[in-house]
Design a protein around this ligand. Structure first.
Ligand SMILES: [Fe+2]
Length: 281
């Protein structure tokens, strides 16, 4: 496989062997991308290290894997030169307005483009600047990657009502935009009894809590989301780490990010953390 190297890194407290890392090499980008596609098909996730913070190069690379969605065009979070790239970084003024790209705090695991049909196949994120890394564990913006099958398997072992929960998630329910759709869906190449596609919208649980708190839908979504959060794998990405995940089988989120802090001399500083994300058909 040319000069790209493969190594397995142990970065999760939950398991020791889930993340394969390839080293980026511009000269053999199409071969590295081919390995990315193979590994994501087999394992659901891959990391490419040493990727430059260059949005055009990122688009050029992921074009070997899939077709980038340009759905962020015109939004304040989109990259000025590459509208398919969404820049996630803390911005104080924008966070006060509630702009999702600019917030601090944690992000529960969710799917990319949960309302889109057919489902986009890949979600990608490139850590451009990991920002402050000297806070307590869980406050450094550690990335969460959630294999949905692990959540189902965990529920099966813990809940006598597992099948009812699963069947509720496979049945149509009302989403925050008013459409009716199922959170879980069958995959044509399902590999186990727990292997379903998932479209978990980040505000679905809060929407159901407010609109139908006594419903079986809310109970099932909350139970599933809690299991997914509990069984998620955590990895602290370094600058230049590009993650590609199977967007049907894996969710993504992050642990908490501190947006601003004082330096003891009365000056406030903004966390320079910046992550670029994009979604591929
Ligand atoms: Fe997301």
């Amino acid at each position: 496989m040319s000069s790209a190297t493969t190594k397995t890194e142990l970065t999760s407290a939950h398991t020791s062997d889930w993340l394969t890392t390839l080293e980026y090499d511009k000269a053999t980008a199409s071969e590295v991308a081919s390995s990315v596609s193979d590994i994501v098909r087999d394992r659901g996730v891959v990391r490419v290290s040493c990727f430059p913070g260059d949005a055009a190069e990122l688009i050029g690379f992921v074009n070997h894997v899939g077709d980038p969605l340009e759905y962020y065009g015109g939004d304040t979070g989109s990259h000025p030169d590459q509208p398919a790239v969404w820049r996630v970084r803390y911005e104080h003024e924008a966070s006060l307005r509630g702009d999702t790209h600019a917030l601090d705090g944690p992000l529960s695991v969710h799917s990319s483009q949960s309302l889109l049909e057919p489902r986009p196949r890949y979600f990608c994120m490139l850590m451009v600047n990991p920002g402050w890394q000297d806070n307590a564990p869980g406050l450094n913006g550690e990335s969460l990657l959630a294999p949905w099958a692990r959540a189902f398997e965990s529920l099966d072992h813990e809940h006598v009502a597992y099948r009812d929960i699963r069947d509720t998630l496979l049945a149509p329910m009302r989403y925050p935009d008013g459409t009716i759709r199922a959170l879980a869906y069958d995959l044509p190449d399902a590999r186990s009894q727990y292997d379903y596609g998932i479209r978990l919208k980040s505000d679905l649980e809060s929407y159901l809590r407010e609109s139908r708190p006594a419903s079986v839908d809310f109970d099932a979504v909350r139970t599933f989301a809690q299991a997914a959060q509990r069984t998620a794998l955590s990895v602290q990405l370094a600058a230049g780490d590009l993650i590609v995940v199977d967007n049907n089988r894996w969710g993504h989120g992050r642990q908490s990010v501190i947006g601003r802090r004082g330096d003891g001399a009365g000056l406030m500083h903004t966390n320079p953390r910046e992550l670029w994300s994009l979604t591929l058909k």
